[in-house]
Ligand binder design. Structure first.
Ligand SMILES: N[C@@H](CCC(=O)N[C@@H](CS)C(=O)NCC(=O)O)C(=O)O
Length: 138
């Protein structure tokens, strides 16, 4: 049975951790691409009303970091010992902090579309600089 990853059509976001791992591990999967226009109708059919969702053997797993961790473990990417495992988790959570900091007012989409005001751009640059410094620790 092949893994199915549910996410919005033509949109990157919280699904990317999982897609990178699936591609890296050459794990077969299918995307279930949800058109934005269909979402209001489909939202209530998902366990927590959001995506990404992993579907496998009739079961559904929510939460992007849990899904990514599931595959990271399968691919032996959680470190050689408890310390390295904690470092891997720390790295992921620092990315999560960055996503959360960029999320208000759809800032991510504005950045992608080049629609940010100079003030928003300056703020986003600060957030991304901080993230780069944090990730340099690893
Ligand atoms: N903590 C959840 C957050 C999921 C989330 O916010 N997903 C967004 C897309 S990135 C979503 O489904 N938005 C539509 C909605 O909530 O109606 C996770 O990491 O999976």
């Amino acid at each position: 049975m092949v893994y199915k990853v549910h996410y919005f059509e033509n949109l990157g976001g919280r699904v990317e951790f999982t897609k990178v791992l699936l591609e890296y591990g050459k794990i077969p999967y299918e995307m279930v691409n949800i058109p934005a226009a269909e979402w209001p109708k489909l939202k209530s059919t998902y366990p927590e009303g959001h995506v990404p969702v992993l579907e496998y053997e009739g079961k559904f797993l929510t939460q992007s970091l849990s899904i990514a961790q599931y595959f990271a473990k399968k691919l032996n990417l959680l470190g050689k010992n408890d310390w390295e495992e904690a470092q891997a988790y720390s790295f992921v959570l620092s990315i999560e902090d960055t996503i959360s900091a960029l999320k208000p007012n759809s800032r991510i989409m504005k950045i992608v579309k080049g629609e940010t005001t100079p003030e928003e751009e300056e703020e986003a640059t600060k957030i991304l600089d901080k993230a780069t410094k944090t990730q340099d620790i690893f």
